[in-house]
Design a protein around this ligand. Structure first.
Ligand code: ADP
Length: 394
């Protein structure tokens, strides 16, 4: 009897043991599965956050640099790599090692004394040197301990270049205004100190005053035109324009000056050539180019204006003279504001140094291009393209 009971008891105990062991294993496996799925989910979330952060940092226009408490680089973004022309990883390097810019290392040293350094400008040397404006701040923990630093770089190269252009422009304008003004002042002072009683001298001086006043007025007109054109707010009043007629009108305006130089003006444009253009603006283009051709042409010389088709949609206009020409090294610069080959001659002839810059702006605002060719001693030809009247019609 007893052995049978023992066997039954043992069998019950064994099946209970095996039952629980099985359950325990099943539960372990379930937990392991759950844990691995949680790990997987966590990795997914971390990867997603990292990808979002990377995209965010790389889409910033500003360069970003984060350093750890030892000054080693932790985070950079694409803009920063572009600013400094970097390709490899910078992580772990020191700022001096990575950038080789003592000025930048000095800013980081300054952060040990001050909590932030604002609007510090540095020049990054290179093929295309850049100007960067830098804002830097120390990162501190809750107990005030230093955890690192964050530096944000703005590219201010274009702003610097614009500032420089503006400074040069103001200097040029002041100089151009001062010259005729001091002439007018000189003439009037001489007249007031007695010369006005001599009819010959006073006539000559008054003519001088008049000439320089005309030059001043022209300079102001040209300055207003150029500032309007450069502001990009010019509204073109497009019409169908017969350019032969416009050239005839400009020849008429300038006839007296051409006669004084015994110059022959020749209009070779066919009366059938019609363009889509703002008539007043295009008249100014012709006026400036033809006036220059007379001014810098040779006595007894010739100014010829012609036009021919260029491709399907364009007409190329040419204004040619047989004057002294423009040196090859000056040719690429003549469309710049205030650039002159012979300053004295230009001023003597009443030039403002803005005529060709105005021509370039007007032609470009019509979608055209302008260029010049010249042979020293043989003459100069200015070319510009404009759209044929039918080209712009739907
Ligand atoms: P400016 O008022 O001095 O004539 P422009 O802008 O019209 O100013 O021309 C710039 C410079 O280009 C002139 O000063 C002159 O040196 C040169 N230039 C322009 N047109 C001619 C030309 N047809 N022949 C020779 N030089 C020219």
């Amino acid at each position: 009897m007893w052995p049978l009971l023992t066997v039954i008891w043992f069998a019950i105990a064994a099946s209970v043991y095996f039952y629980f062991r099985k359950r325990l294993r099943e539960s372990d496996a379930k937990h392991a599965n759950e844990l691995s799925s949680l790990r997987e989910q966590h990795r997914g979330v971390v990867e997603k956050i990292e990808a979002q952060q990377k995209t965010l940092l790389n889409s910033m226009a500003e360069g970003l640099l984060v350093l750890d408490e030892r000054g080693a680089i932790q985070v950079t973004n694409r803009a920063l790599e572009e600013f400094f022309d970097f390709t490899g990883s910078l992580n772990g390097k020191s700022v001096l090692e990575a950038f080789r810019l003592h000025e930048l290392a000095a800013v980081i040293e300054q952060l040990e004394i001050e909590p932030q350094v604002l609007e510090h400008e540095i020049e990054v040397p290179g093929l295309r040197s850049r100007w960067l404006q830098l804002n830097a701040a120390t990162i501190r923990g809750e107990r005030g301990e230093r955890l690192g630093a964050v530096l944000v770089f703005h590219d201010v190269t274009r702003i610097k270049a614009l500032e420089e252009t503006r400074r040069e422009f103001v200097a040029n304008v002041s100089h151009e205004l001062r010259t005729p003004l001091s002439m007018i002042k000189g003439f009037s002072e001489t007249l007031l100190t007695g010369a006005m009683h001599d009819p010959d001298v006073s006539t000559r001086f008054l003519q001088g005053i008049d000439k320089h006043a005309v030059r001043l007025a022209r300079l102001i007109d040209d300055l207003l035109t150029i500032s309007q054109l450069e502001s990009g707010r010019v509204i073109l009043n497009l019409h169908t324009v017969n350019i032969r007629g416009i050239v005839d009108a400009v020849f008429e305006d300038l006839r007296e000056r051409a006669v004084a130089q015994q110059m022959h003006l020749k209009n070779e444009i066919d009366s059938s050539v019609v363009l889509s253009a703002d008539p007043d603006r295009i008249k100014q283009v012709f006026w400036n180019l033809i006036e220059n051709a007379i001014k810098y042409g040779k006595p007894n010389g010739q100014v010829t204006v012609s036009a021919k088709p260029s491709g399907e949609d364009l007409v190329e206009v040419e204004v040619r003279d047989d004057g002294r020409g423009i040196p090859a090294d000056a040719l690429p610069r003549i469309f710049e504001r205030f650039y002159r080959v012979d300053k004295a001659r230009s001023r003597e002839a009443g030039g403002t140094g803005l005529g060709l810059a105005i021509v370039k702006h007007i032609v470009q605002s019509h979608g055209g291009k302008v260029r010049a060719e010249s042979t020293m001693g043989a003459g100069t030809a200015f070319f510009f393209t404009l759209f044929h009247d039918t080209a712009l019609q739907p």
